[in-house]
Design a binder for this molecule. Sequence first.
Ligand code: URA
Length: 303
Amino acid sequence: MKAPAMPHPLLDPRRLALLHALGLDTAWVQRDALDPAELAALLPAGPGAPAARGAAPARSPRGAVEARGAEVVPPAPQAAPQAPPAVHAAAARPLAHGAPAPMNEQRLQQVRALDWEPLQALAHDCRACKLGSMRHRAVFGVGHPQARVMVVGEAPGAEEDRLGEPFVGAAGKLLDNMLRACGLSRAGEDPARTVYIANVIKCRPPGNRNPEPDEIAQCLPILQRQIELVRPRLLLALGRFAAQALTGSAEPIGRLRQRAWDWHGTPLVVSYHPAYLLRTPQDKAKAWADLCLAQDLLEGRGA
Ligand code: URA
């Protein structure tokens, strides 16, 4: 009896789903392995599905992954790490000591005892910094209160300010796609499949400017309390502000990603912000590698 054909390792459904969610399956082809029919069968059908995309990929004897079309994508970073890096416990700091993210200790004590409802009420009524009088709605968070995965973003934008929910604009759509590729979503009953999403800052900075240190200092205790209440198995910090706030490091995001951080005993992975990825699609492959690391840690394959 003939053994069933084994798909090429680069056609691993998890890799393909992530590439698809990141919009990279049009740009990345495995030159010596990709059979468009096989790829089409693995990926969800839709406007971007490869079946509708015409020409077969170029092939190369070396089997390198190659960029195609207008979007030039660098070779895959040594993505999907086989052996994730060591846990960087020493560098991770309690929020209270993170240099780039000053903490308001008095406020921390104030919120530490609060459960979900009073914490949310505090955020909605908050006037602790100037953003409180400029926002339409405070954006507290969304998702499962006992989620296994908690995503931390930066601050609400215009759409979030209008609707009161994090990540509902264009960046949010990319985030939803990335989560879906990992079998996760923001809505659902199952804490293993539903994330919780919150931002470092709960109120929109005018004109989408960067959050200022005093604003971060007032808001961080609320985020810290949210994390304590959710007690996720994995934290995913997206963008510089979330990454620096949770790691306590002032290093740029490129140096914080691809490491397994420890936030008070909770594994933490840092990656690029979806809004940055929309502007810089060539870095989507790195975000994909970060999601693979996050999945590895979640599934106990980390250091
Ligand atoms: N960017 C963020 O970091 N958070 C949001 O909620 C929306 C955009």
